[in-house]
Design a protein around this ligand. Structure first.
Ligand SMILES: O=P(O)(O)OP(=O)(O)OP(=O)(O)OC[C@H]1O[C@@H](n2cnc3c(O)ncnc32)[C@H](O)[C@@H]1O
Ligand SMILES: [Ca+2]
Length: 497
């Protein structure tokens, strides 16, 4: 018994030195793991916000984007969390009363204040970009356009957000940022995948943007935009046709029709039975058509429909000029365009119209699409109205024209064939965010897409923590083993007599 007591007394595990070493070892490991966990843990999920106002020709829309705060300047997902459609027309329609343009935005701005957390208001950038409506107003009356921007700027300055300015986007920017948006949302840029072309149809202009193997920008530098994104170089072909948005083309077609038969216009692009009295002055109140106003025209004309797709298409073709191409190939109006290549996303009015007509399925042969549209256009106006009592009458009256214009623009204008037509996807949103130029615009202005691919950590966070823990435990075990000479079983065994 006394020998056992003696052994216990001599048990080196119970000496103060080993106890202190063990405690220090455990504290060191706990500290190491804690620091590793805290140092590299994603910060408490805080979000940043950005707001873009799309001041289009037909209306203004506000978009709020959100992204995790620590993913600034990284491949982190920027998502659209909210959108608000401003009531009333586009800001260019307020040329004669600019203050109203500013006031029109207040409802959506109030909504934005509720959607963005209050503590983020001050640091949230707010941009307004205007497109073809303001481009046209600027051509027509630049001081009126300045006054609209002045009024809109004053209104936005009063918001709690960080207002970064209001300006007109060039057609090139509008096309290029639409392309960036589509490819960013599809993760094609960060992963260096084959890109998708972008087709945007607005009220006053239309944009086409795509990457072509045969395009290096040398033949037509005005159509070239170069980017370096996530370590990849892109040479984008882009063109914006001012006056080729669907509202302006409708004016162009009507202007053609009113050249002959003043006072009465029988329009193949409208349904039979449709009849409206319209003002010449309203029709010709746009720089796209103002030079065509017939002299001695009466104040009004009767616009009646006769629902004939083929004849409508003939009328629409007249708005394109296919002569005088000084390049190797052109789309129309002497504008250079390489052959369309790769998949395309077609958004805004492309989607609104084709979705209404149930024609978003592009695997349907183009000939069948035309047959369907022929039948739709031939449907009398009263039947159309009965079938769609809830659709805005202005839109409803124009779907036959708009569908015909879209098919003509794609096939005759941009040279999509029966085969390449199926490469087009009519889209509204991608992963919850609207397709359009606004997201690309904000990503660019906030430097959110790096030129070079960001360094990715060797291990994901969880893997890193596990790795540090295992190594720390291993070191501890090795340390304990290194103390082996001090272990009781290894020290001189007391003799039990
Ligand atoms: O790009 P710009 O040319 O400046 O014009 P916008 O931005 O105002 O143009 P949108 O894409 O908002 O709309 C394009 C057109 O589609 C029309 N539109 C909007 N919603 C529609 C719907 O549900 N059905 C049919 N047309 C619609 C709208 O009036 C325009 O003529
Ligand atoms: Ca637009």
């Amino acid at each position: 018994m006394s020998a056992q007591r003696e052994m216990k007394e001599k048990n080196l595990w119970h000496t103060p030195v080993t106890i202190i070493i063990t405690v220090i070892g455990v504290i060191a490991i706990v500290a190491l793991v804690t620091v590793a966990v805290l140092q590299n843990k994603p910060l408490h999920q805080k979000y940043k916000y950005g707001i873009v106002l799309d001041a289009g020709s037909s209306h203004t829309a506000l978009y709020i984007y959100e992204w995790p705060a620590e993913k600034d300047n990284n491949t982190g997902r920027v998502e659209q969390t909210h959108s608000c459609k401003v009531k009333g027309p586009g800001i260019s329609s307020y040329a004669s009363d600019p203050v109203k343009a500013g006031e029109s935005l207040s409802e959506c701005m109030q909504e934005a204040q509720l959607k963005v957390p209050k503590d983020r208001h001050q640091e949230t950038p707010l941009y307004l970009g205007a497109t073809a409506g303001m481009r046209l107003l600027n051509i027509e009356n630049s001081s009126a356009s300045d006054r609209v921007f002045q009024a809109v700027g004053e209104a936005l300055q009063k918001s709690p957000f960080s207002f970064q300015g209001a300006r007109i986007l060039s057609g090139q920017e509008e096309g290029a940022f639409g392309w960036v948006t589509v490819n960013y949302l599809d993760d094609r840029l960060s992963q260096g995948l084959e890109t998708t072309g972008a087709l945007d149809l607005g009220g006053a202009s239309t944009q086409i943007s795509f990457i072509s193997d045969s395009f290096d920008g040398s033949e037509s530098p005005a159509n070239s935009v170069t980017f370096r994104l996530y370590g990849n170089d892109y040479n984008l072909y882009t063109h914006s046709f001012l006056c080729y948005g669907k509202d302006q083309v409708l004016r162009l077609v009507l202007a053609h029709l009113t050249q002959s038969g003043l006072g009465n216009v029988a329009d193949p692009c409208f349904h039979s039975g449709y009849m409206e009295t319209k003002n010449y002055s309203v029709l010709y109140d746009s720089p796209c058509v103002s030079d065509r106003k017939p002299s001695g025209a009466p104040a009004t004309f009767t616009h009646s429909g006769r629902g004939d797709f083929l004849q409508c298409q003939e009328m629409v073709k007249k708005v394109f000029n296919f002569t005088n191409c000084k390049y190797s190939q052109c789309s129309f109006n002497g504008v250079f365009q390489p052959l369309v290549q790769g998949p395309f996303g077609a958004f805004s009015a492309y989607y609104f119209v084709m979705n209404f007509l149930n024609l978003t399925d592009t695997s349907i042969p183009l000939e069948v699409v035309k047959e369907k549209l022929t039948r739709y256009c031939a449907t009398p106006w009263n039947e159309i109205q009965q079938q769609h009592p809830k659709v805005k009458v202005k839109y409803l009256a124009e779907y036959c024209f708009s569908g015909t214009y879209i098919l003509t623009l794609l096939t005759e204008g941009y040279n999509f064939t029966s085969e390449s037509y199926s490469d087009i996807k009519f889209i509204k949103k991608i992963k919850g965010s609207d397709a359009g130029w606004t997201l690309g615009y904000m990503l660019n202005l906030t430097n959110m897409i790096p030129a070079e691919a960001p360094d990715t950590p060797l291990l994901p966070h969880a893997g890193y923590v596990s790795f540090v823990t295992v190594i720390a435990l291993l070191l501890f075990v090795l340390f304990i083993v290194s103390l082996r000479p001090l272990w009781p079983s290894c020290s001189k065994q007391p003799q039990i007599v």
